[in-house]
Design a protein around this ligand. Structure first.
Ligand SMILES: Cc1cc2nc3c(=O)[nH]c(=O)nc-3n(C[C@H](O)[C@H](O)[C@H](O)COP(=O)(O)OP(=O)(O)OC[C@H]3O[C@@H](n4cnc5c(N)ncnc54)[C@H](O)[C@@H]3O)c2cc1C
Length: 414
């Protein structure tokens, strides 16, 4: 029997978890690292969009994968860990990883939550919890936000932990190890609306990104107007924020925003039938199975306005006046909304260039990795939205294909 192969998977979103899971089923040892404190990436932050029936947003697939990955014996997980350097050696890789201090020891922590209860700085972010109950540890500590030192108190979380799992004096670590292959599944960043000055994003508390709406729906089960608290009656979604925008040289479609915005709109109007939802769009992109059926369901429940708003103005009672050109009436209209949701697109990570150079991978004109050709960089494969915009289902399929390519490289393909 040959020696067990070992693969480093960089990125613990749905794509990285899927490649790790598929490789572990082939008896490959996997070290799965993520720079963040929690496994699951963006998909773990999204809300279930079911109304009285499932709208097939697929977010539940992430929970299932989190469960599988956290129990798979062949997968080692290292959070808050980054790849610092890579050197090729006789067909293998010598990798150096930087691990940030683990203030909560995952082997000792039981997720009892006493640290969170005792913490004085939860509002300041001194202790945060993960997006999924599958996250372990479920909590992460940010000692720089801790209030105990400034109040001249002993650190409460450390003293309260019944397992002695917390040590705020722990240091980070550098690890060097040899692996037979590397999977890059570093995902995307959502578009930052501050890059579009005309939105004046920071000036309007009642203007949020769709990712923010997803997080609120996931954590609180509903959404209130951030400015003053009551549920919003009139909600506008603005599509293509950051995508298909030539002024930003982003002439690509993010492929997920039409689907998620219409589903979110349906969910909000189902939860509170008096809610009026309008979606401003250029044209609806029909990606994914069932989209046409689902689009028909939207008719009559969501107002679809084929126009991209030009300006936003403050209106009374913290509303936002949205000004757009109405194609039917051929005139400029100004309409007030309680909440404006920006459907932000999927953008390449800024560090793709540096990581790509380290691993011998090319980027396309938009800054996403070009899916590798057989001989580009042997032993390195890319998975998920690191290669371009796609939804969860496509990320899973594409990541399983990446695992198969890696298995062939390792000679473990059945
Ligand atoms: C607002 C919004 C709503 C959406 N709604 C839906 C929906 O309803 N249904 C759907 O199918 N899709 C939806 N999507 C798309 C969905 O988010 C993606 O398809 C999915 O998250 C892609 O997963 P990924 O693993 O490729 O990337 P990510 O989720 O971005 O995961 C990448 C992971 O890699 C880690 N990482 C990055 N760089 C490094 C590094 N250098 N070292 C270590 N770790 C690193 C990150 O911390 C992250 O955990 C939505 C997207 C947005 C923006």
């Amino acid at each position: 029997m040959g020696k067990t192969k070992k693969v480093l998977v960089v990125g613990g979103g749905i794509a990285g978890m899927t490649t790790a899971w598929e490789l572990s089923k082939l008896k490959v040892d996997v070290l799965l690292i993520d720079q963040g404190p929690f496994l699951g990436g963006h998909a773990a932050q999204l809300a279930c969009k079911a109304t009285d029936r499932c709208l097939k947003c697929n977010n539940c697939l992430v929970e299932q994968r989190l469960r599988e990955v956290s129990r798979a014996p062949g997968i080692d997980l290292s959070l808050q860990t980054r790849l610092s350097s890579v050197a090729r050696q006789h067909g293998r890789f010598q990798v150096t990883l930087h691990q940030a201090p683990r203030y909560i020891d995952p082997d000792q922590c039981t997720n009892c939550g006493i640290c969170y209860e005792k913490c004085l700085g939860v509002a300041e972010g001194a202790i945060r919890h993960g997006p999924s109950s599958q996250n372990h540890p479920f909590y992460v500590i940010h000692p720089e936000q801790c209030l105990c030192d400034s109040l001249d108190q002993a650190r409460r979380c450390q003293g309260a932990c019944p397992e002695g799992a917390i040590d705020l004096d722990r240091q980070g670590a550098e690890l060097t190890l040899g692996v037979d292959g590397i999977v890059l599944a570093t995902g995307y960043v959502p578009f930052d609306p501050r890059e579009k000055a005309h939105l004046n994003f920071d000036a309007y508390p009642n203007m949020i990104t769709a990712l923010e709406l997803e997080r609120r729906l996931r954590e609180q089960g509903g959404v209130l107007r951030p400015a003053d608290g009551p549920p919003p009656q009139d909600i506008a979604f603005v599509q293509c924020v950051g995508s298909r925008d030539l002024s930003l040289k982003h002439n690509f479609c993010s492929r997920v925003c039409c689907g998620y915005a219409l589903r979110l709109g349906l969910k909000l109007s189902h939860a509170r039938p008096e809610t009026r939802v309008a979606v401003f769009y250029m044209d609806l992109q029909n990606f994914g199975k069932d989209f046409e059926r689902f689009r028909r369901e939207v008719n009559g429940r969501i107002r679809l306005i084929r126009s991209m708003p030009g300006d936003y103005f403050p209106a009374s009672q913290d509303q936002i006046a949205v000004r757009y050109f109405d194609l039917e009436q051929r005139t400029v209209i100004s309409e007030n909304f309680d909440l404006v949701v920006l459907s932000v697109g999927i953008m390449p990570r800024p560090e793709n260039q540096a990581l790509g150079q380290m691993l011998g991978l090319k980027l396309n004109e938009h800054g996403f990795y070009v899916p590798e050709e057989e001989d580009d960089s042997p032993g390195v494969v890319v998975a998920g939205t690191a290669t371009g915009p796609m939804d969860i289902a496509e990320s899973i399929t594409q990541a399983a294909q990446a695992a198969a390519r890696m298995a062939r490289h390792l000679g473990v393909w059945p």
